[in-house]
Design a protein around this ligand. Structure first.
Ligand code: ADP
Length: 481
């Protein structure tokens, strides 16, 4: 069976900071079930799930990065239950820390460039060993964005030169661009190829990947269209490379995100009785957080970053509650300190209507997916968005801005669709939809029918896993002809 290796910095349940972890933790499992052998490698962080695993060291070596000798080993997880082989790159001094990207104060690690380069080089050195060499290399986001250049233009990895490389953009806003003064950290390469690393006079991981990968995809078709048409500094590049660009919609792991078996919710789904499932989980939430009873409950789960629109949400909540709309909100997230303060301020002012959960917590997130009536996603842009898919699987109606992957997955209920669509992000767009929320909530028959409809939709990875496999096969054919 042909083999693909996914190279990434997150993989659920080992390490997850957002949607990248969900995707890399699920897609390979479904590829294995669809006739293509898939494996994953991520850095070995000092995180609980990773520490608990029994691992087998399969390779060890060192790389020389800017006069520093960095020792690393590749460890394979023995546990077979993930549905794919998972490897860790244990790179001493770089990743053996208790978090993925950020210090506890929320700031990024100062040695991000060294970390990413050492990870990419260690992995390529390991994959150059015949017995570990894959047929296809699949890289995810800018942290692995220099790999397409390295395999094609560095003699150190010449054995990987003819391997098709697919690059997936999970979030095009993060570029991994850094100063040319770091170039000594790169492996040997012919300087005449400098242009393939450069964008705007920097070494630009994302731009280099777009130039050098055999195929580039985003995680929804609409987001690819959007960035080709409008994406600040990289627009001309996307335009130039558009023939090899496509969008493949993310799926969800419906075995892990299963309301009938989810141990983290207050109450599990019995049979197909969503009415009881929703009311049991909502009652538990209302009780735990002492919310006003018998009101629609809108949840928000996400990073407090400009992208996700939590600032706009806060503004709209203030407007809604001060104009006496009877809605409750639970907001789970962390990030931007100003937004954190805003969310806490709202909760102080309206303690029985707004709950602020300033944290990252998978178990709390699952309780919200199960117990909220609606899930709010006012993103300014959204490559795919997974929350709306998880929400629907748990019978929670999404409220989404009509953008990116949200547009590909949620149509408006008044057009026979899945949820409520915010046509814009102005205060009046929110207020209009809050009124629709209260109306829908009162119309119990329509509400129950909608819950039934969305909870039966199929967003499994099967279809998209097959799309990726077709893509791999297309490029493998090019190698052999
Ligand atoms: P992102 O841009 O952050 O990757 P996605 O919608 O693609 O957004 O995926 C977000 C994932 O992260 C989902 O699994 C969501 O449940 C999870 N998540 C986001 N914020 C939190 C949080 N504060 N606590 C727990 N899970 C979270």
């Amino acid at each position: 069976m042909p083999k693909v290796i996914h190279i990434a910095t997150e993989c659920y349940p080992a390490a997850k900071a957002g949607g990248l972890g969900d995707v890399v933790g699920a897609l390979p499992k479904y590829q294995n079930q669809n006739g293509f052998s898939a494996e994953v490698i991520i850095p070995q962080y000092n995180l609980p799930w990773i520490s608990e695993q029994t691992k087998e060291k399969v390779y060890s070596s060192s790389i020389s990065v800017d006069n520093e000798t960095i020792h690393f080993s590749i460890n394979k997880v023995i546990d077979q239950t993930l549905g794919y082989a998972l490897y860790f790159a244990d790179i001493k001094g770089k990743f053996d820390r208790p978090s993925i990207y950020l210090h506890s104060d929320g700031k990024g690690f100062a040695d991000e460039v060294e970390r990413n380069i050492s990870f990419q080089r260690s992995v390529l050195q390991w994959l150059s060993v015949e017995k570990y060499s894959p047929d296809v290399i699949h890289c995810h986001d800018h942290m692995t964005g220099l790999i397409p250049f390295m395999t094609q233009y560095s003699p150190d990895y010449h054995k990987l030169k003819d391997k098709p490389i697919i690059f997936t953009i999970h979030n095009g806003q993060y570029h991994g661009a850094f100063d040319w003064k770091h170039k000594n950290q790169l492996p040997n390469y012919d300087l005449k190829h400098n242009g393939l690393l450069d964008w705007d006079n920097q070494i630009h991981s994302l731009a280099s990947a777009i130039k050098c990968a055999w195929h580039v995809n985003t995680v929804s078709p609409n987001y690819m269209q959007e960035i080709i048409e409008n994406s600040d500094t990289l627009q001309s590049l996307y335009h130039q490379e558009k023939e090899k660009c496509s969008g493949i919609l993310n799926g969800i792991d419906d075995q892990i995100w299963n309301p009938a078996t989810d141990e983290m919710t207050y109450s599990k789904l019995k049979g197909s009785n969503f009415k009881n499932f929703k009311s049991e989980n909502k009652n538990a939430l209302v009780q735990e957080y002492n919310l006003v009873r018998r009101r629609p409950l809108i949840g928000f789960i996400g990073r407090f970053a400009h992208q996700k629109g939590a600032d706009l949400l806060c503004h709209s909540i203030e407007e809604a509650l001060s104009s006496n709309l009877k809605i409750n909100f639970i907001i789970l997230g962390s990030g931007d300190k100003i937004i954190e303060q805003k969310v806490k301020g709202l909760s102080d002012k309206y303690p029985r209507e707004v709950i602020a959960l300033i944290m990252y917590n998978e178990s709390v997130a699952r309780k919200l997916y199960a117990g909220c009536d609606f899930m709010m996603m006012p993103s300014r842009f959204e490559p795919c968005g997974l929350n709306q898919l998880f929400a629907m699987r748990y019978g929670t109606i999404p409220i989404v801005h009509e953008i990116g992957g949200l547009k590909d997955t949620v149509r408006d209920i008044d057009d026979g669709g899945e949820g409520l669509v915010l046509k814009g992000l102005k205060p009046e767009d929110f207020l209009y939809n809050y009124k629709r929320v209260t109306e829908l909530y009162q119309n119990r028959t329509r509400l129950q029918n909608q819950i039934k409809f969305i909870s039966q939709l199929n967003y499994s990875w099967n279809k998209s896993a097959q799309e990726y496999i077709s893509l791999y096969k297309r490029y493998l054919k090019k190698v052999t002809t």
